[in-house]
Design a protein around this ligand. Structure first.
Ligand code: TMP
Length: 212
């Protein structure tokens, strides 16, 4: 435990296109923080383990069809069903490295043509990340990386469209890391940014609600 008795954990979100390296990097970050003695967990959305998550998974693997609005609300519901646990973890001092969050929700559904404000609405009231890191990669580069796995959204033209919406959603608080660099370089930059955030949250930066 730290010198700050009731120190809270940091909510750190990694965003980016499919195959931008989020999953590998979040694993490395968790190891790093854990090695430094910070309580930390790796989370991801969609969380495919819950009942809602199973519906999402079946949709993504093309085993079921859903109206665009319906799947959008399921992705959001999947975050809402984890909200109270998320808050409890943060308050108890555990930092969370979260692979995708509301920004994925809005960017992917808007890229299909849904109204962006409609897409944002169900996200309001979720917890605000303390840090959003965007792993920035040209869609063409991402597509070359070992190929897409064949899930519903893993198509170049669609990913190009998603990247435009991520740009629209980003603000000055986001940290952008060039994800086309070698993995070790990305890792090094991420560690520095993330540690800074964990330390500032320990010093008492309050938990707040999402503004998107
Ligand atoms: P994953 O590959 O990170 O598990 O994400 C599965 C896909 O779901 C990915 O193409 C991004 C998409 N997605 C949404 O469309 N809306 C969301 O809210 C989230 C979290 C992911």
């Amino acid at each position: 435990s730290s010198q700050y008795g009731d120190a809270r954990g940091a909510l750190i979100v990694l965003e980016g296109l499919d195959r931008s390296g989020k999953t590998s990097q979040s694993g490395r970050l968790v190891k790093y923080l854990d090695g430094l003695g910070y309580p930390v967990e790796s989370w991801r959305f969609p969380d495919r383990e819950t009942a809602v998550g199973k519906m999402i998974s079946s949709y993504l693997t093309n085993q079921s069809q859903l109206d665009d609005h319906t799947i959008h609300l399921l992705f959001s519901a999947n975050r809402w069903e984890k909200r109270s646990l998320m808050e409890a973890k943060l308050k108890s001092g555990t930092s969370l490295i979260v692979d995708r969050y509301s920004y994925s929700g809005v960017a992917f559904s808007s890229a299909k043509g849904l109204d962006i404000e409609w897409c944002k609405a169900p996200e309001v009231g979720l917890l605000a990340p303390d840090l959003v890191v965007y792993l920035d990669i040209p869609p063409e580069r991402a597509a070359e990386r070992g190929g897409y796995g064949g899930e519903r959204y893993e198509q170049l033209e669609f990913q190009k469209n998603v990247s435009q919406y991520y740009k629209m959603l980003s603000d000055a608080s986001w940290k952008t890391v060039d994800a086309s660099q070698p993995m070790e370089d990305v890792e090094k930059q991420l560690k520095e940014i993330v540690l800074d955030c964990v330390v500032s949250c320990q010093k008492g930066k309050p938990v707040s609600e999402l503004c998107i």
